[in-house]
Design a protein around this ligand. Structure first.
Ligand code: NAD
Length: 342
């Protein structure tokens, strides 16, 4: 009898990183993929349109906070990649933390509990570099103190440490991944890079918080997909209970990002405007790449110049994708609201 292929559950599969990851897994592995998504304002079925008919992909419209749904789906899979989240820092500041706690902490707990009742190969938690807060030393390695500075970051830290506790307490095969700032195709227009690109394409002002000095480690989403795949393929006895940064080791300020976008689209520097600094701003983020290189053999391959060019081209060629999101959620994207990295 032919051996059954591994089944991978990707929660939040219709979001930005998870949809790119699913496309990557379908193209580069023989695995079956189940995408589970509640389709919040950030989830977009269009993000998987080109692979929706793929024979190895199935879709469940469900919520990670629903224990019955989660138990049924988890019982059918070998690997879980929990990427579902409320992911927008600014929203957690402006609209309150309640939904963030429910999905990022409680949803993670419900998934973890489902794994206690069924044998699984591994549970990969997509955490975030935001759990570190502002860099106390550079680059930030996985031992950097956890000092979340926004409600979003605090809920990610909650899910991150809860997953670790389930590894220690219940011996579950947990691996925690902390990606730095992703960018690339299919990123919701509320996030800083697509926001700048769309503002520039529309000849609208690019709004920058404070003097724009805040810097981030910018990671092209396909590189992140490769990193998550390498965690999936690694020997579980080596990686269980470990935390991995997914970073480039280079930081670039928001001000420079705005300049790059204007430059690439041949728009005048006068389009950039500065507004008040954001409360809870993270001033510097730069990740150490050492552990992922040594233990996973992974390193980001896309230079910022290359990734930015591909991203700009994608937004220029896929206007209808972002225009329909803007029409549906004009409130989530107000051109007067400052653009922010997470
Ligand atoms: N984007 C980044 O730069 C970045 C960096 C580090 C970590 N992360 C983490 O990576 C993951 C993916 O981020 P993203 O930017 O692609 O997010 P996203 O907002 O684009 O996608 C999140 C997806 O999760 C779904 N979702 C939300 N709540 C859900 C629930 N209760 N049940 C099921 N599905 C639900 C949404 O519908 C959406 O499809 C998140 O965990 C995020 O915290 C993102």
């Amino acid at each position: 009898m032919p051996k059954r292929q591994k089944r991978v559950l990707v929660t939040g599969g219709c979001g930005f990183i998870p949809s790119n990851f699913i496309r990557h897994i379908l193209a580069h592995t023989p695995y079956d993929v189940v995408s589970l998504d509640a389709l919040t304002y950030a989830g977009n079925i269009e993000n998987l349109r080109d692979v929706m008919g793929h024979e190895r992909l199935s879709f469940v419209h469900g919520d990670i906070r629903d224990p019955d749904c989660v138990r049924d789906v988890v019982a059918e899979v070998d690997v879980i990649v929990n990427a579902a989240a409320e992911s927008h820092v600014e929203k957690s500041i402006q609209e309150g933390a309640s939904e963030f706690v429910k999905t990022n902490v409680e949803g993670t707990q419900i998934l973890l509990d489902a794994c206690r009742g069924t044998p699984i190969d591994r549970f990969i938690l997509i955490s975030s570099s935001e759990v570190y807060g502002t860099a106390e030393r550079a680059p930030m390695d996985e031992e950097h103190p956890i000092n979340p500075r926004s409600p979003y970051a605090a809920t990610k830290a909650g899910g991150d440490r809860l997953a670790y506790a389930y590894y220690v307490t219940y011996d579950l095969p947990i691996v925690i991944v902390r990606p730095f700032n992703n960018y690339g195709p299919f990123q919701h227009p509320e996030k800083v890079l697509p926001k700048f690109i769309i503002q520039a394409l529309r000849d609208e002002p690019l709004t920058v918080h404070g003097d724009g000095h805040a810097s981030r480690d910018w990671l092209y989403v396909e590189d992140d997909a490769e990193a998550i795949e390498s965690v999936m393929q690694a020997d579980i006895d080596t990686v269980a209970g470990e935390v991995f940064n997914v970073a480039t080791g280079i930081d670039i300020s928001v001000q420079e990002i705005a300049n790059h976008v204007l430059d690439a689209l041949d728009k005048p520097p006068s389009l950039k405007v500065h507004v008040d600094e954001r409360p809870g701003q993270v001033h510097r983020h730069i990740g150490s790449t050492e552990k992922a290189e040594q233990m996973l053999g992974w390193r980001a391959r896309t230079s910022f110049e290359e990734g930015l060019e591909q991203t700009i081209n994608w937004y220029a060629e896929n206007r209808s994708w972002w225009e329909s999101i803007l029409t549906a959620s004009e409130s989530a994207f107000s051109s007067s609201a400052p653009a922010q990295p997470s």
